[in-house]
Design a protein around this ligand. Structure first.
Ligand code: GDP
Length: 264
């Protein structure tokens, strides 16, 4: 394994074309495609090319400074280079398994995950549960990637932004309530998944699969409620920020770009 890792490391270092990548995921209808289109339009013409279906090369909008370029000035080629990133849209829930396997377990330059939710749909039970189940699986994949890492230093962190979209809708929950609602719903998902495993006889303590069961449990081992803060221990910070890709007063996704800038 080591020679392969080393080879990948060297290869990556020598390939300037691998741009930092952000994965766009979330339930359908949340606004991912709209965000992708907006980003593409905002991006200075000709700087984007389609590298794969649903991936665009984007440019951090003017006014946001990549954290790696705080001491550089605009116009400096290194500064301009650091504004470039790829935005990779992942379609629907059904593709998650494939996606989790290929992108999360072996992410190629994934700098962060933008999980888009419709802040009004999570105000209702069905929408909330759908988002929570999806997010649970994404966070669990990140946790497995971390706990399964062979190196002592652990893999590079992949932070998660929960982009609470459609905030201008009067039915939308404000971001701090989106956070609380998701944490609560994920606690339930976690409980019911653990129960499902037990009922099926998989992962009973005492047999060889006991370890497996432990790994399936998201966040801290306790029975208490799930909080996003628990993900810090497995190298994942989770941040919730609100915005409007489309809005009455025009689009406002400033807080999301600020987050992206922090990761660049
Ligand atoms: P996706 O399935 O996540 O790619 O979602 P889409 O980008 O296709 O958006 C789903 C619907 O939500 C579309 O009708 C969009 O016009 C709408 N939409 C996206 N962003 C916003 C927003 O910020 N506010 C409102 N009110 N509608 C939005």
């Amino acid at each position: 394994v080591l020679p392969i890792l080393l080879h990948q490391f060297v290869y990556k270092r020598q390939t300037p074309t691998t741009l930092p990548t952000f994965l766009l995921i979330g339930p359908s209808g949340a606004g991912k495609t709209t965000l992708l289109t907006l980003t593409e339009r905002n991006t200075v013409a000709q700087t984007h090319t389609s590298t794969a279906p649903l991936t665009i090369q984007a440019l951090l909008p003017e006014g946001f400074i990549p954290s790696s370029s705080h001491y550089r000035s605009p116009g400096d080629p290194a500064y301009e280079r650091s504004r470039r990133f790829l935005l990779h849209d992942t379609p629907g829930h059904g593709k998650l398994r494939h996606f989790a396997a290929s992108q999360l377990m072996k992410p190629t330059n994934v700098r962060g995950i933008i999980f888009v939710v419709d802040a009004s749909s999570v105000a209702e039970e069905a929408g909330l549960n759908e988002a929570a189940e999806y997010l649970h699986d994404v966070l669990l994949a990140l946790q497995k990637r971390y706990t399964g890492a062979k190196t002592s230093r652990g893999p590079k962190e992949i932070p998660v932004l929960i982009a609470a979209n459609k905030l201008a809708l009067f039915t939308a929950l404000p971001p701090h309530l989106v956070k609380i609602a998701l944490e609560k719903a994920i606690s339930e998902v976690r409980k019911s998944k653990a129960k499902g495993l037990k009922d099926s006889g998989v992962g009973m303590r005492g047999d060889d699969d006991g370890l497996e069961e432990e790994r399936e449990w998201l966040g801290e081992g306790g029975e208490g409620s799930f909080e996003f803060g628990q993900m810090e221990e497995v190298g994942t910070s989770v941040t919730v920020k609100g915005g409007n890709v489309l809005g009455g007063d025009g689009s406002d996704v400033k807080s999301w770009w600020e987050w992206v800038a922090e990761q660049l």
